[in-house]
Design a protein around this ligand. Sequence first.
Ligand code: NAD
Ligand code: IPM
Ligand code: MN
Length: 361
Amino acid sequence: MNKQIILLPGDGVGKEIMESAKVVLNAVASEFGHRFTFHQHAIGGEAIDAYDTPLPEDTVKACKGADAILLGAVGGPKWDALPAAKRPEKGLLGIRKQLGLFANLRPIKGFNSMLHASPLKEEVIAGSDILIIRELTSGLYFGEPRERRENGNAVVDTLYYHRSEMERIIEKAFESARLRDNHVTSVDKANVLESSRMWREIVEETGKKYPDVKVDHMLVDAAAMKLITQPNYFDVIVTENLFGDILSDEASVLTGSLGMLPSASLRSDGLGLYEPVHGSAPDIAGLGIANPVGMILSAAMMLRYSFQMEEEAAEIERAVNDCLDQGYHTADLSSNGGMKVGTKEMTAAIVDSLTTKSVSN
Ligand code: NAD
Ligand code: IPM
Ligand code: MN
């Protein structure tokens, strides 16, 4: 099967970890007899430098015709002073919006050997397995108007949601829960926000169609606390765009590092963009020490969700687990002991495990 994959490495560590994803996917291709053809395009700061825009038309066109898209990360201090419309992040928001990738799936599952890499107590996080489903193409991120007023002394951002935008993401959460532990926790701020009150109503209405799924509501401030005090409470968390952004970085603590978390951004017809949850990590960019696991697990999600290659995806996950078990740890995990390795060594160990079914140590 020949799949056309668009690669958008972006900025900072994005470029380094994208190389890792390519190497791992090539190993999967030869192990399983697939063909993956990669087409690289510009996004973010690199696109600003080359084309004076964070999202060139050519990139959007290529993504629209792709079988799937992999993205590294965008942004960095070099572009921080630019106006909002010209920032690298605008490229990422633009591609999500233009492709209609409304459902952002962020699984958080600790690897056993990483349990003590977390600053949280091992007995608190053991067994936690959470899927954060974040609405990705609406809410405060996209509502208009958004502007400075009164000679720069006042400011407005707009939190807009259409009912249909809430319905489709909430539906996705119930469907996902049916494939897991049948429990949806809807996170909102219904004690303050009108948008949250409408969200709650829709969760209640949708829940009636899924009597087998347990549903509860939690205010976002309380959810932030419960996520790190009783993570085992959660199965599927569904929430709006900004809350989902914040809660997923927080939840990464359960896995020992932000560098571990993958994500999938999907639309209903199955087109998907896959990217790690973390950013371009300017503080470590260029040093060859970034953790490639979030990116590699994102590639595994691509195989699972866009190509229905469940066995191949599971094999990548097994290989990652194997390497972590054997003590291969990038610097962000090194408080866990083990062998401190760079991005390329970590990737090579994962490929070694993929091809030999165990990593030589
Ligand atoms: P960040 O996620 O880039 O980094 C936060 C911390 O986590 C840093 O200390 C970093 O070194 C560490 N970290 C992140 N990924 C890591 C990895 N793979 N391995 C080891 N350590 C890792 O967040 P930030 O510093 O707030 O943002 C930096 C830039 O990235 C900003 O321009 C921001 O807008 C952008 N950003 C982009 C994305 C994206 O492209 N999806 C996501 C978040 C932030
Ligand atoms: C993420 C990032 C982005 C977001 C930024 C870079 C626009 O933090 O993917 O989580 O807020 O969605
Ligand atoms: Mn984020």
